[in-house]
Design a protein around this ligand. Structure first.
Ligand SMILES: NC(=O)c1ccc[n+]([C@@H]2O[C@H](COP(=O)([O-])OP(=O)(O)OC[C@H]3O[C@@H](n4cnc5c(N)ncnc54)[C@H](OP(=O)(O)O)[C@@H]3O)[C@@H](O)[C@H]2O)c1
Length: 334
């Protein structure tokens, strides 16, 4: 398939500065955790990725273990890059991560220098890249000295295998400590990647303040609560949904009565705003200027196109915000 990128691709996307760095990220970024593995339909994955790029999404987020099978999302991405996107490499911010189980034995998991360096070498090979733009430690590892993990991130940048480094799933205290070590090493933390959505607000309890104080960007993962904060589950659990797929990370027991009630009511607010629930849920995150980008997933081009419409209405009245808080309160209490 011949591909020439849409020449108007930069016309409607919003680009936000990532903390106090020189990098700007699109307000909406695309993650390849689901829908890009060897179990998924390649042409669909390719069309989602190219539609994203055609609409100004310049940032694509991966990790060593995305698939399934683990590693295959990076392979799919590498194939699309080679066949369609290679001429545009310098217009893209590509990230990967290591921190979860990837291969057997003591060196294929967690936070050692051995694991991080080997894993990034493997990721680069799978994607056919010389370097990633951002490399993350995927989760804190209480068994490895933080100094070693941060030294590994610093080393990777000095080796030219990543341009910037990031932290994911570190709480406020862990982030403060890691950031101080990285600053001392001379490789500042560019960005933090936490889970954040209307149903999960842990980052409001300290982490966002730490990021703001240190000039670090924030890209929020699962902004749609893996699909719950969309119209996907308003009536049934569709057969092709993440919740119904055996390899999907969204489990049926996450769909509590409180969530069922809340999404019906939140959907009514979205309708009044002239948005879908997905659009409103993304806009709700982007109203906070500390959020650099929302990191979405999509299983179809249609979903992606819906999510892009978010940018048409990012304003909320105080009344709407209060109502969203009231309706989601029973879920937040769980
Ligand atoms: N750092 C970490 O630890 C971590 C953890 C998780 C994720 N992430 C990153 O964050 C990215 C996004 O995570 P996520 O996939 O959980 O994000 P999400 O945006 O909360 O959920 C994506 C899912 O929501 C549904 N969806 C999306 N747009 C929709 C729309 N307009 N209408 C109806 N349904 C819609 C689709 O579900 P269906 O598949 O059912 O259609 C889609 O697969 C990942 O790809 C990954 O890059 C990072």
């Amino acid at each position: 398939m011949n591909y020439i990128a849409n020449e108007n691709r930069y016309d409607s996307m919003i680009y936000n500065r990532c903390g106090r760095s020189g990098i700007k990220l699109p307000a909406i970024s695309l993650g390849l955790w689901h829908n890009f593995g060897s179990v998924d339909v390649y042409n669909n994955a390719r069309d989602i990725l190219l539609t994203a790029f055609d609409n100004g999404i310049t940032h694509f987020d991966l990790a060593n273990n995305y698939g399934p099978d683990p590693g295959t999302a990076e392979e799919t991405f590498g194939k699309i890059l080679k066949q369609q996107l290679r001429p545009y490499r310098d217009e893209m911010i590509i990230s990967s991560k290591a921190g979860y189980y990837m291969w057997p034995g003591p060196y294929g998991d967690r936070g050692s220098k051995k694991y991080l360096v080997s894993s990034l070498n493997q990721s680069l090979k799978r994607m056919g890249l010389e370097y990633v733009d951002i490399f993350y430690h995927h989760r804190p590892d209480p068994e490895t000295p933080l100094e070693e993990t941060m030294a590994a991130l610093d080393l990777i940048v000095r080796q030219g295998k990543a341009l910037y480094v990031g932290l994911s799933n570190y709480n406020a205290e862990q982030t403060k400590k890691a950031v101080a070590i990285l600053n001392e090493l001379g490789t500042p933390c560019l960005i933090h990647q936490p889970r954040y959505n209307i149903f999960d607000r842990w980052v409001e309890d300290g982490l966002l303040d730490v990021l703001e104080e240190n000039g670090i960007g924030c890209i929020t993962f699962s902004p749609l609560a893996q699909g719950l904060l969309t119209s996907r589950y308003l009536k049934t659990i569709p057969a092709d949904s993440r919740m119904a797929k055996p390899h999907g990370f969204l489990k049926r027991n996450a769909f509590t009565e409180a969530k069922k009630k809340a999404i019906t009511r939140l959907n009514a607010i979205a309708e009044k705003r002239g948005q879908t629930l997905a659009e409103m849920s993304l806009a709700w995150l982007l109203k906070d200027k500390r959020i650099t980008s929302v990191l979405i997933g999509a299983s179809s081009v249609k979903q992606l196109e819906d999510n892009l419409k978010t940018l048409n209405n990012l304003e909320f009245s105080d009344e709407e915000l209060k109502l969203i808080d009231e309706l989601s309160a029973p879920v937040l209490k769980q």
